[in-house]
Design a protein around this ligand. Structure first.
Ligand code: HEC
Length: 128
């Protein structure tokens, strides 16, 4: 009697364990799927931006609105670093990640469409 009730408890435990296992597995799969979709969207954004040939003047205007508060009116640095030789130190993809990623506070992440991102890149290249 006591041995049969313990196997029932064991079966219950197994069932619970499997339930939890599959829920966690499902959550993991969803996370992976979201990660790949996000990665794919980021790549599409970068490819689209790099295909465009932006305007340095438009980029300059954009810089004056969004970036001078921290990088200075002539991009010589203030709170944020001097950006004059930035295109020698970082490639375009890295600069896009810096501007859109929000990975280095206090610099915020900017939601910026590919055309304007391309303009900004052109402006940063013109600083050399
Ligand atoms: C709130 C302040 C702030 C604003 C606004 C800001 N930045 Fe920054 N930025 C920083 C800081 C601080 C860093 C240094 C981050 C670090 O490396 O820790 C930085 C770093 C960078 C870098 C990398 C520099 C390097 O030497 O690696 C680039 C490129 C850059 N910013 C571009 C921009 C552009 C373009 C804009 C406008 C769209 C902008 N930033 C707006 C504060 C700011």
């Amino acid at each position: 009697m006591s041995s049969s009730s313990s196997t029932a408890a064991e079966r219950d435990f197994k069932r619970e364990f499997l339930k939890i296992f599959f829920v966690l597995f499902g959550v993991l799969l969803i996370c992976l799927a979201l990660f790949f979709v996000n990665h794919h969207e980021n790549n599409k954004y970068i490819i689209k931006t790099l295909q465009l040939n932006g305007s340095a003047e438009e980029g300059d205007a954009l810089f004056k609105i969004n970036c001078v508060g921290c990088h200075g009116i002539t991009a010589r640095g203030l709170v944020g670093p001097d950006l004059h030789s930035i295109t020698q130190r970082l490639n375009d993809k890295e600069i896009i990640k810096q501007v859109t990623g929000g990975l280095t506070p206090p610099m915020p992440s900017f939601e910026i469409d590919p055309v304007n991102m391309s303009n900004l890149l052109k402006y940063l290249h013109s600083l050399e």
